[in-house]
Write a protein that binds this ligand. Structure first.
Ligand code: NDP
Length: 283
């Protein structure tokens, strides 16, 4: 079985550097996919209220017989629930859907700076309450830009444990990652293979051929060697396994530099820009 390193967060707790993401997995198929991942050895699952599949995540973990304390579970606050009272209700809903009395990590999914009068600070202070009462063992943010993180630093007590942002070879997101490094915030790289978009890249293909791995494995290994946390998504059993087998080889410094040089800046972004993203799900 692959050996996944644990990283230490700024509150002293640990997080497995590699996990399984369940975005865009049909709620009816989620328990099955998570069960496969757990069987292979994954011990870190990344879900969100907006994915509508927290139930399946909890179900698979309970059915696996693996001790709850041996699986790291993250969920995220729905964009519609940033106001403190709503956030309380939503967090209780997340725990109920998962069927657990705590999550290992709870995140504000998006900062939504153009909504709620730009107030994500009171939302963060609400997450601080979940942290204080122990129902969220760690708290963090997702899609926060440097000025959003700086505002939390200026106006609140708790430094986020992680910032989950889009990062892959075509969008290396260095400014936000660097701020995280300088302030003790671990970076979680979402869409680590750009939803497949980097897998035919000639530079990555050449490296993959030389080291005898797939382009997905090389890309995931690049993230790990940069120190970021990853949780690739797949519902294909062979790929779930493939994505986990990245701890038995190493990329050279030249490989690392060559992959990082594929960055296209803003053009490489595949997801939404957090400065303007204002999606509110219909209820
Ligand atoms: P990924 O970069 O993980 O790519 C997933 C896609 O790549 C799927 O279509 C999958 O297909 C395919 N794929 C997976 N492994 C391989 C492989 N080895 N070879 C070829 N194709 C492969 O994208 P995601 O957007 O899902 O990101 C991963 C996780 O990050 C999410 O599940 C979620 O947890 C998180 N995330 C967070 C966001 C946020 O705003 N905080 C936003 C987006 C993602 P198939 O399933 O058919 O095998």
């Amino acid at each position: 079985m692959s050996h996944v390193p644990d990283l230490v967060m700024n509150n002293g707790k640990t997080i497995p550097q590699h996990g399984f993401g369940v975005f865009q997995i049909d709620p009816a198929e989620t328990a099955d996919a998570v069960r496969k991942a757990l069987d292979i050895g994954y011990r870190h699952i990344d879900t969100a209220e907006m994915y509508r599949n927290e139930e399946g995540v909890g179900e698979a973990i309970r059915a696996s017989g693996i001790d709850r304390s041996d699986v790291f579970v993250t969920s995220k606050l729905n964009n519609a629930d940033h106001r403190p009272d709503d956030a309380w209700r939503a967090f209780e809903g997340t725990l109920k859907a998962l069927g657990f009395d705590y999550v290992d990590l709870f995140l504000i999914h998006w900062p939504l700076p153009t909504l709620y009068d730009g107030d994500f600070v009171s939302t963060w202070q609400t997450l601080e309450e979940f942290y204080a009462d122990g129902r969220a063992r760690s708290i963090g943010v997702s899609n926060f830009q440097v000025d959003h993180l700086q505002r939390l630093a200026d106006e609140t007590e708790t430094v986020p444990a992680v910032n989950q942002i889009e990062v892959h070879p075509y969008f290396t997101n260095e400014k936000v990652r660097t701020y995280g490094k300088e302030h003790g915030i671990l970076t979680e790289a979402w869409s680590p293979i750009a939803q497949g978009g980097v897998l035919n890249d000639p530079t990555i293909s050449a490296i993959a051929e030389r080291v005898g791995k797939t382009t997905a494995q090389v890309t995931l290994r690049w993230h790990v060697q940069r120190g970021d946390i990853i949780f690739p998504k797949s519902t294909t059993p062979s790929r779930i396994r493939e994505n986990f087998e990245i701890f038995d080889f190493e990329l050279t410094e030249d490989d690392m530099r060559a992959i990082s040089a594929l960055d296209k800046g803003e053009e490489g972004r595949t997801g939404s820009n957090p400065d303007v993203f204002d999606f509110l799900p219909r209820r």
